[in-house]
Structure formats: C-alpha cells, structure tokens
Write a protein that binds this ligand. Structure first.
Ligand SMILES: NC(=O)c1ccc[n+]([C@@H]2O[C@H](COP(=O)([O-])OP(=O)(O)OC[C@H]3O[C@@H](n4cnc5c(N)ncnc54)[C@H](OP(=O)(O)O)[C@@H]3O)[C@@H](O)[C@H]2O)c1
Length: 328
C-alpha cells in the first residue's frame, strides 16, 4: 500500500484538483495488476486496474480469492466517470483493502458501505495518514470547507515589493524564478490583483518541463473592461472576479473542486488576505539586493508575519537568494 501511495503521487500534477489514487490486485502475495488515476477527468485507478484483470481470463472462483488494494475509498457516485463501486462489484473480487476513507463528508464511508452491502469484505483506513500527506490540499479542502491558501512574494533585502515608478525589474535570481514555476505547478489556481495584471502583464502559468494541469488564473478586481489581448486573458483558463470581499470570494470555492490557491499579487491584495486571516502558508523569496527609497514596502511594520502568528518552518538558499516558508 505504501509503494502504491508513492507511485500514485507521481501523477499529482495531472490529476489535480483530484486526489492521486493507486490500485492493485493481488493473489495472496502475487501482484496481478496495478492501475493509477493519471489525469483529471480520466479513468479512476480501480477501473484502470480492473481493465487489466479482464485480460487474465480468470474463473469466477479464482476471482473470489483476489484482493483489491486501493489507496482512497472507491467512489459510489456518477461524476466525470461512473461509480467505481459498480465496477468492483461486477469484477467478482470479494476482498477490498482501502488506504483511507474519502474526506468529503458527503461521500465518506458510503463507498465502503455499498461494497459491504454487496457482500465484499472491506478493511479500511490501513494507511490513512500517508494518504492524507500525499493529498494534503484535497483533505484540507474537505476538512475546512475552503481551499488551502498560500501567499508567495519576492522581496528585496530592504523589504520592498516593487519600485514606485512602475519600472519592471526582477528582484530575485533566475533560479528563484524557476523555483516559483515549480511552486505554481502544485496549485489548482493562482490569484492576483488588478494592479499586478495592469502593471506587469503577467502570464501566470506554471512553466515547467513536465505535464501539468495548469492552474486557473483568477484576477480580483473592480474593473469590468479588461483588454483581452493581455497575457493573463490569452486562453479560456482565467476568471475575472468583480468583488473585493475576500471572505465571499473564498466561500465561493465551497462547491467547487479547487483545493489550493496561490496568491501572487502586490502588497495591497497580499495584506488584505493576511488581514482577513486567509493564509495558511507564506513563502518569501528574498534577494540580497536593495530596491531603495523609491519603492513600495511589503509591510508597514517589521516582523509583520511573526506578529500575525506565523512561524518559520523552512529556510533554504537559492544562489544568493533566501527562500523562507512560514506557516500559521
Ligand atoms: N515582488 C513581488 O513578489 C510582486 C508580486 C506581484 C506584484 N508585484 C508588484 O506589485 C505591484 C502592484 O501592487 P499593488 O499592491 O498596487 O496591487 P495588487 O495587490 O496587485 O492589486 C491590488 C488590486 O487588487 C484588487 N483588489 C480586489 N480586492 C481587493 C482587496 N480586498 N484588497 C486589495 N486589493 C483588492 C483591486 O483591483 P482594481 O483596482 O482593479 O479594482 C486593487 O487595486 C505591481 O507593480 C507588481 O509589479 C510584486
């Protein structure tokens, strides 16, 4: 089961916002087949695995002796694909071992019950902490009824965000900016403010060398007439949210499958999120270069994050830059 969880998580960039799931069919100690959920909207792991079993031409009696291991509780509802529980029942397998229950309170335990009602032996929660760690934001979303929120900023040595005259200069090194691309690849959506879109004309996608289900780009703004030729609006993977109420904005995700948000904005929107208590993790890429007097500071006070209750969780060095991760 442990290997299955690890192997399944290699697909995390293409399954998100879905969780990563792996399944395996074993005959006593012998592995007959494995399957993974590899891409959002595609087959679930159990179905991938059961499809391979078909080619083994086993008798109904042989199938009764098999066990299906699956990292997350099989679904019993019609979503983008039919219920996995139907496929498991049809397969004739009589033993199912589940890594963790589905954290969605509307689903949790229901898939297990459907299988038990069909006469299948089910053992569950055999490695729930590992499954939870591998699908952190998915479990977070269902526990807290909102997405996991990370704010990321680049900061000069003297605590600045950008120069007052609007001249666009990189604060951190190319290597740090590449690290930001990898950070973005983990998130379901990137959120920014109107000024950043106006001033920087950013692309705000994850430019990495592997396949990624690209984060949705969301701009929060009062502006209704945006120039659709700007980079931010270049394809359909964006949203314009015409509201400045961050609580409402975050509540709007309750019924969506977005599990994680990366806030990448200037000091105004970043501080609004902080003041509203809407931040679970704060990442700073800090350069050793000063921006000087004619620039805009990130915070009014020194040690603003510590004063808000954040604690330094990790510090690493990227060439001459420092990357710090704070959690609350
Ligand atoms: N160093 C970095 O890491 C970094 C990152 C991103 C941006 N920047 C720089 O930051 C500059 C812009 O910063 P900024 O602070 O002026 O703007 P910002 O935070 O990017 O955006 C502020 C805008 O967001 C919208 N907004 C909606 N709800 C809001 C709320 N509750 N609180 C605050 N804003 C809300 C409004 O847009 P409307 O005015 O459209 O209504 C507001 O004017 C850019 O020049 C960019 O270069 C730096």
């Amino acid at each position: 089961m442990r290997t299955l969880i690890v192997d399944a998580s290699t697909y995390r960039f293409t399954t998100k916002p879905n969780p990563t799931v792996g399944a395996m069919i074993v005959n006593e100690e012998k592995v007959l087949c494995t399957g993974f959920h590899t891409k959002y909207g595609c087959n679930h792991a159990e179905v991938e695995c059961l499809n391979q079993l078909d080619s083994k031409n086993l008798s109904a009696e042989d199938k009764k002796k098999l066990s299906l291991l699956v990292t997350l509780e099989p679904c019993c509802h019609h979503g983008k694909t039919p219920p996995c529980t139907d496929e498991i029942i049809k397969s004739g397998i009589k033993n199912v071992i589940v890594g963790s229950l589905d954290p969605n309170p509307l689903m949790s335990g229901k898939g297990i019950q459907v299988l038990r009602d069909a006469g299948i032996n089910v053992k569950t929660d055999v490695l729930s902490n590992e499954v939870k760690k591998a699908n952190y934001s998915f479990f977070f979303k269902h526990k807290n009824n909102r997405p996991f929120i990370c704010i990321k900023i680049a900061m000069s040595n003297d605590g600045m965000s950008h120069s007052l005259n609007g001249s666009s200069t990189w604060i951190t090194s190319k290597k740090s900016r590449d690290d930001v691309q990898s950070l973005r690849a983990n998130y379901d959506a990137i959120v920014t403010g109107g000024n950043t879109v106006r001033d920087d004309n950013p692309r705000m996608n994850a430019r990495v060398s592997y396949d990624v289900n690209q984060p949705r780009r969301i701009v929060i703004t009062r502006e209704k007439n945006w120039d659709m030729k700007m980079n931010f609006f270049r394809d359909n993977n964006f949203e314009i949210v015409n509201s400045c109420q961050l609580d409402e904005f975050i509540k709007s995700f309750q019924d969506r499958d977005t599990c994680s948000l990366l806030i990448e904005a200037g000091p105004k929107l970043v501080n609004s999120f902080l003041d509203a208590g809407l931040c679970d993790q704060f990442v700073i890429y800090k350069s050793n270069r000063d921006l000087g007097q004619n620039s805009v500071p990130w915070f009014e006070n020194k040690n603003a994050l510590i004063k808000k209750g954040f604690k330094l969780k990790a510090r690493s060095y990227i060439e001459s830059d420092v990357k710090e991760v704070y959690t609350i």
